[in-house]
Design a protein around this ligand. Structure first.
Ligand code: SF4
Length: 745
């Protein structure tokens, strides 16, 4: 019976292209008919790379996308796009797309199988592992790159249907810190800003953020600011953003927490505290003020490497600003004391009353296109809808909305990514399902990660490409449709829910992740539990209901069509707004009320922690990693498929080395150099540049070699990996340059 039902689904999903733009009314779960378009037309949707959430106009021929242009009417990007957005359709046509499930046979090559065979293998082997090692011996690692409806179905299927427990997402690598910092300080994971704030500030402070290349359209919004703002960049490197700023503070790597406490100390000395805001809307300020007394200018300058004049100028700029906004991203999130550093930024905004007003805010810029969807709805370490597994009222609500027996909902949070990885080493995790992420490239201390993958009894990878470093290790590969080949929603940095539409047919047997999860539910035998999830838009209606009464309440968003017509809608938008059309941009906390029980924001602070791996005589350089180009996205699984994008940055991995260090080591520009850490070594091309300080080097993260070197240390609160600081040595190798200019790795 279940196979018959599943086959019916398969015929429907793999049939001829009936895009969501032209389907029949009966297929649109709630009786809403989307705008019918002629086969040759233009439609709009949001980009599926980064969290900016740009609107793109997709041009169709015979109902399929043939080209795109940035959407001039979209409130996010106003007609602009970065290179990745312009090239967003190209990776869909790559010749290495997965077109059929692949099954590895006893160490041999993979053989193509059909979906029923793949599903039987998946269920039989996962259930076998559970039977022999316990229900919690299977795990999944997912992504912030798929649609919210998909990640929600995955989390519910795994935890409520399959009896699994431990699961996490690659959003652990990018946004876990912001999630924890906001939840503790504001009572909910709630980025308060709107992109208009970039244009309304008279002082913008970027900490560990390089929007010029990491979020180029956000930087364009900064460039539209008519107030001649002061732009402060806090970053050890002279990044593209630092060069465009009015003030750059090149502090010692990972002295940011000390510096931010030092700035708070100076703001107190300047009398720049907004006492009425602090008294009415916060708790813990007096303790915080006493705490930062120890961060004297003498101490802060000694530890950060900045001068007293720099520290004073930094604090004076904030003190004088009428509208100061504070922005951070991975330079903060990916650190050994990341959560407290993020909260030190939040504290500056709170103590100066720079929150809930135009041009203000403590604003975390998100990484992936749907990291916010993952934070709210993936049902991994938080219960779906921004709820808590430990809260019985929350469990009862989720049970009632989803029609899932309450006893199937765990009452504890499960392991984070690093704990799942360690669990493989300890033999507690025996089977792993990896969805749309490439940990073999991106996880910290890569060689250990890959060694552990080799110990699994069963590794399943679900992805667009069987060629990723992780997919090549899989026992079973499930071919997935990509952005543009399916529908659903994404949530961007400013909490804007945007729509993704099906404008291309996925190749061969590839299916939308949503449909793969439905198929697994059928073959697992729990399909009935997920009958309400019959299509992405019906899943969206469930997510709406789950959000009711939460800070992220979206019960006022009628359907996908409303999202489409509004150019995206920021959460919250609750039903009590009477289904009116929401304003284009909204920020949180304008009434000074936060999401804590007493409605007050809280000051969080701790003493700085020692570095996980300081440089020393044997490994004298600090390795910094980060985005190296606006043309590459994370591990390059998609962006490397585009000739245009590949041409925009060097093919070979390079390392930025200060001229003083290069001269001392005899490293010429473009010469090969061996980079060694305590964990592994790699080859790179020397890029001699003063943008890094002596004693520091930088390697872009999209090159696969770099995470062989990184140190597996984690922020204790968010468990986010510390990608931004480890000790390495440089050696001039006995190397030959290949004729084509490439280097041997
Ligand atoms: S900035 Fe981000 S969302 Fe906008 S086009 Fe580029 S990758 Fe896409």
């Amino acid at each position: 019976m279940k196979a018959r039902r599943a086959n019916t689904f398969l015929r429907q999903w793999l049939g001829p292209l009936t895009t969501d733009l032209v389907r029949s009314p009966g297929e649109f779960g709630l009786g809403q008919v989307p705008a019918r378009l002629t086969p040759d037309a233009t439609t709009s949707m949001v980009c599926g790379f980064c969290s900016t959430g740009c609107g793109l106009k997709i041009h169709l021929r015979d109902g399929e996308a043939i080209n795109l242009t940035p959407d001039p009417t979209h409130p996010v990007n106003l007609g602009m796009a970065c290179p990745k957005g312009w090239e967003a359709l190209t990776p869909l046509s790559s010749s290495d797309r997965g077109t059929t499930p692949l099954l590895r046979e006893a160490g041999a090559k993979c053989r193509a199988v059909d979906w029923p065979a793949a599903m039987k293998e998946f269920c039989a082997r996962m259930k076998d592992v559970q039977a022999r090692h316990g229900p919690h011996s299977i795990a999944f690692l997912s992504t912030g790159q798929i649609c919210t409806e998909e990640m929600a179905l995955l989390g519910c299927l795994f935890k409520f249907g399959m009896g699994g427990f431990h699961c996490d997402s690659n959003t652990r690598q990018c946004m876990a810190t912001a999630h924890v910092a906001y939840k503790q300080s504001f009572g909910f994971d709630a980025p308060p800003f709107t992109y208009a704030d970039f244009e309304q500030s008279d002082a913008l402070v970027f900490v560990g953020a390089n929007p010029c290349i990491a979020h180029p359209i956000m930087w364009q919004r900064v460039m539209r600011n008519p107030h001649r703002p002061e732009i402060i960049v806090v970053d050890p490197r002279a990044t593209e953003t630092a060069m465009a700023a009015t003030q750059h503070y090149a502090l010692r790597p990972k002295s940011d927490l000390t510096l931010l406490y030092g700035v708070a100390n100076r703001l107190l000395a300047l009398g720049a505290v907004n006492r009425s805001f602090v008294d009415m809307h916060t708790t813990g300020f007096d303790e915080f003020a006493r705490f930062v007394e120890q961060f004297t200018p003498l101490r802060v300058c000694a530890e950060s490497g900045l001068t007293r004049e720099q520290l004073d100028r930094f604090a004076n700029t904030i003190a004088k600003a009428k509208r100061a906004s504070f922005w951070w991203t991975m330079g903060v999130n990916q650190g050994h004391e990341a959560t407290r550093t993020a909260q030190a930024i939040i504290n500056l905004a709170l103590m100066t009353g720079n929150i809930g007003r135009p041009g203000a805010g403590a604003n975390s810029i998100t990484g992936q296109c749907n990291a916010m969807g993952s934070r709210l709805y993936s049902n991994i370490t938080s219960l779906i809808g921004g709820h808590d597994f430990q809260n019985p009222t929350h469990r009862a609500k989720v049970s009632a909305v989803l029609g899932i027996a309450e006893e199937r909902i765990p009452s504890e949070a499960s392991w984070a990514y690093d704990q799942i990885v360690e669990g493989i080493g300890e033999g507690k995790i025996r089977a792993l399902w990896v969805i749309a992420t490439n940990g073999s490239h991106s996880w910290i201390h890569q060689n250990k990660f890959n060694d552990l993958l080799g110990r699994l009894e069963f590794l399943v990878v679900q992805d667009m490409y069987p060629t990723t470093e992780t997919a090549q290790r899989a026992h079973l590969f499930l071919p997935a449709a990509g952005w543009g080949e399916k529908e659903g929603t994404l949530i961007n940095s400013e909490r804007r829910i945007g729509l993704v539409k099906k404008v291309r047919r996925a190749p061969g047997l590839a299916l939308a992740d949503f449909h793969i999860f439905q198929l697994i539910a059928e073959y697992w035998g729990c399909g009935k539990m997920f009958e309400k999830w019959r299509a992405p838009e019906s899943a969206f209606q469930l997510l709406k209901e789950l959000s009711r009464g939460q800070p992220c309440d979206i019960t006022g968003i009628r359907d996908y069509r409303m999202i489409d017509e509004c150019g995206g809608i920021q959460w919250p938008w609750a039903e009590d707004r009477g289904m009116e059309k929401p304003p284009v941009e909204r920020r949180l906390f304008e009434d000074g009320c936060f999401f804590t029980e007493d409605k007050r924001a809280k000051f969080f602070f701790d003493l700085p922690r020692p570095l996980a791996e300081p440089a020393d005589a044997e490994f004298p350089f600090v390795l910094l990693t980060g985005r190296g180009t606006s043309a590459q996205w994370h591990t390059g699984s998609r962006t490397n498929k585009s000739d245009v994008l590949r041409a925009l940055s060097p093919a070979d991995c390079y390392i930025e080395v200060n001229p003083t260090d290069a001269a001392r080591l005899g490293l010429a520009a473009n010469a090969p150099v061996r980079v060694r850490s305590r964990r592994a070594s790699m080859m790179a091309v020397t890029f001699v540049t003063p943008t890094v300080h002596p004693g520091q080097v930088f390697i872009p993260m999209h090159y696969p070699e770099v995470n062989r070197l990184t140190h597996p240390s984690f922020d204790p609160h968010s468990r986010q990996p510390n990608y931004k600081h480890c000790a390495v040595a440089l050696e001039k190798p006995d190397m030959k340059i290949r004729r084509n200019g490439g280097i041997r790795r």
